[in-house]
Every structure is written in C-alpha cells, then in structure tokens.
Design a protein around this ligand. Structure first.
Ligand code: SAH
Ligand code: SF4
Length: 299
C-alpha cells in the first residue's frame, strides 16, 4: 500500500492483521460434488467448512469457533474443548475462499460447522452484517441459518436484533432425562426454558423455527420419543430435521436403520409436526464437522 505514508504502514503492521483462511486440505465427494475444506488460520489453528450443491444453489457451512466448549457427547468438534472463537472476518473468509476455489457464487449460508455461534455472539452478529452487506457478499438474511445447542441468553439477544434468519435449535431429545445425558448445556437451560425462548423468538421475528434431531440408535429413536417430541413442540411453528447420527470414532453412538427413522418421521407427521429426513451429503468424504481437524492437529 504505497499510497499511504510509511509511518502509517508501520503502525498498521504493528496493530493489524488480515484474518483470512488458507486451504490445507480439500476433499471432493465423487458422489455429489460436496467439498470439505480444512482451513488454517493465521495462528496455526485449523477449522473445517463444507461447500454443498443444492438445486437452489451453493451453500457453505461455516465454523464459528476453533473447537467448542459445549461438550455434546455425540460431537467431534467439542471433544477437546474450546481453543478460541473466530473473528467475523475469519467466518466470512470461509465463504469467500470456498466460492473462489470452486469458482461459484455462494447463495446460502448455514452456521452449523464447528463451534457454538451464540457462544461467540458479537463476532457472529458482525459476520451477519458483513455477509449480507452489499459491500460484502450480498447474501440475504433469509438465506442464512444459525444453529445453536440452546444458549438461551444468546437466543434472547438474537431476538432483540429481529433478523429474518432461520434459527435452528439442536434439540436431539424429547425430555430432560435423555437430553442431560447428551448435552451438558441442558443442565443450565432445560427444554422448558429453551422452548420458552424459542416461542419468544418466534413472537418477535414471526419466523418458523427449525429443530435438529440427530437420531441415535437406542437413545432417542423410540416411537415414545417421537410422541413426546410432538407434544412438546405443539404451539411452535416449526419444522423438524431428522438427522441419522454420524458415528464418531470416540463414542459408541450408532444411527438407527432407515425403517425406524421413517417410522419416527411418520409418527411426528401424524401428530401434525412437519419433518424431513436430512439427506446425507458427502458420505464418502466424512463431511460431518470436527473429524478432519482432529486428525490434522493430532488432538
Ligand atoms: N454448535 C451449534 C452449531 C454447530 S453443530 C449446534 O450445536 O447447533 C451443527 C449440528 O450438527 C448440530 O445440530 C449438532 O447437534 C449436529 N451434530 C454434531 N455432531 C453430530 C453427529 N455426530 N451426528 C449428527 N449430528 C451431529
Ligand atoms: Fe458444540 Fe454444536 Fe458440537 Fe455441541 S454439537 S459440541 S454445541 S459444535
């Protein structure tokens, strides 16, 4: 930048850095063109992102933290706790870098990679501003989803911003007894408190809420669970995404067979709850988050 004085350049060098991300590894699925990236950050840490091709365009799943402190038992991202939160520009850089790499325009974003976005509230908020700005990527808020494990204070703060993004709640259980064994966050904010916050969020934003439910064999996949879940979600305008749990080396969770997954879906629908079974993308490249970083960083 020769157009600014040397003294200012020196000052910038001392006080600023450009937080981009560098591609360390790129795995391309031969089944569906899903691309999984392992990125390195300026300080040598690693994060993962995934670029997915849908009928309506390209979606990037971004990470918001290096690791995660929420400690969900089924998740590879949180196995070693939180290293640090990402800056807004590091979250943005994942989309720009993936789009440039494949020479495609990214039209949708899901904040569903490594980390808990509401445990990194200010940077997530700033990221939403940058990614939607006409001077940024110009992606509409309606094309963005933010997924949370249930940080109630964060949901309340997000409601105050009244943004038309899709709020996705990782519920995964129909009662506290089961949820407590899977997700430590439930001990701080139980399902009642979480669903109350969701209702409040919906009152403000009028947006449909998406509930993620990872089906784990013998843990949360019984017809009774489906029935309980439908009862609890009554009164919330919502959609349930059923995800066959991804096995992680460090735990012994297994996914149910397709027949019981379909039965679970039908049970929900018979009680008036919309549900879809999430299509698995990138099955051959292990596109679920946290596993690639763990291998690279030898965690
Ligand atoms: N921290 C946020 C967003 C990132 S996790 C959250 O928890 O919502 C993105 C999604 O992947 C969450 O719904 C999470 O519960 C789910 N997930 C994590 N590990 C999984 C696994 N092994 N199988 C299926 N889904 C998993
Ligand atoms: Fe963190 Fe989400 Fe993984 Fe839970 S599921 S440990 S909140 S990244």
């Amino acid at each position: 930048m020769n157009n600014i004085p040397l003294s200012l350049r020196e000052k910038l060098k001392e006080t600023c850095y450009i937080a981009g991300v560098k591609i360390v590894r790129r795995l391309v699925s031969s089944i569906d063109e899903t691309v999984k990236y392992l990125f390195s950050l300026y300080d040598g840490e690693y994060i993962e992102s995934v670029l997915m091709k849908y009928e309506h365009g390209y979606t990037v799943c971004v990470s918001t933290q290096v690791g995660c402190r929420m400690g969900c038992k089924f998740c590879a991202s949180g196995l070693n706790g939180l290293t640090r939160s990402l800056t807004a520009s590091e979250i943005l850089a994942q989309i720009i870098t993936a789009g440039k790499d494949r020479n495609v325009r990214v039209s949708n974003v899901v904040m569903m990679g490594m980390g808990e976005p509401l445990d990194n509230f200010e940077n997530s908020k700033r990221f939403l501003k940058l990614v939607t700005s006409e001077d940024g990527l110009g992606i509409g808020l309606r094309h963005i989803s933010l997924s949370t494990s249930g940080v109630v204070t964060g949901i309340e703060k997000l409601a105050l911003l009244n943004l038309p993004i899709t709020l996705s709640i990782s519920l995964h259980a129909p009662n506290d007894e089961i949820r407590n064994t899977m997700m430590p966050v439930n001990k701080k904010w139980n399902i009642d408190l979480l669903l109350k916050a969701c209702k409040k969020y919906q009152d403000v934003t009028t947006r449909r809420i998406s509930f993620e439910y990872a089906l784990i064999k013998g843990v949360n996949d019984s017809p009774q669970c489906a029935e309980q879940l439908a009862k609890r979600l009554k009164g919330i305008m919502c959609h349930v995404n059923l995800i066959p749990a991804n096995p992680v080396k460090e735990n012994s969770f297994e996914k149910p067979d397709l027949k019981s997954i379909k039965k679970f879906k039908e049970m929900l629908e018979s009680k008036g709850i919309n549900a879809t079974i999430r299509r698995t993308l990138g099955a051959d490249i292990n596109a679920s988050c946290g596993q690639l970083r763990k291998k690279e960083a030898r965690l």
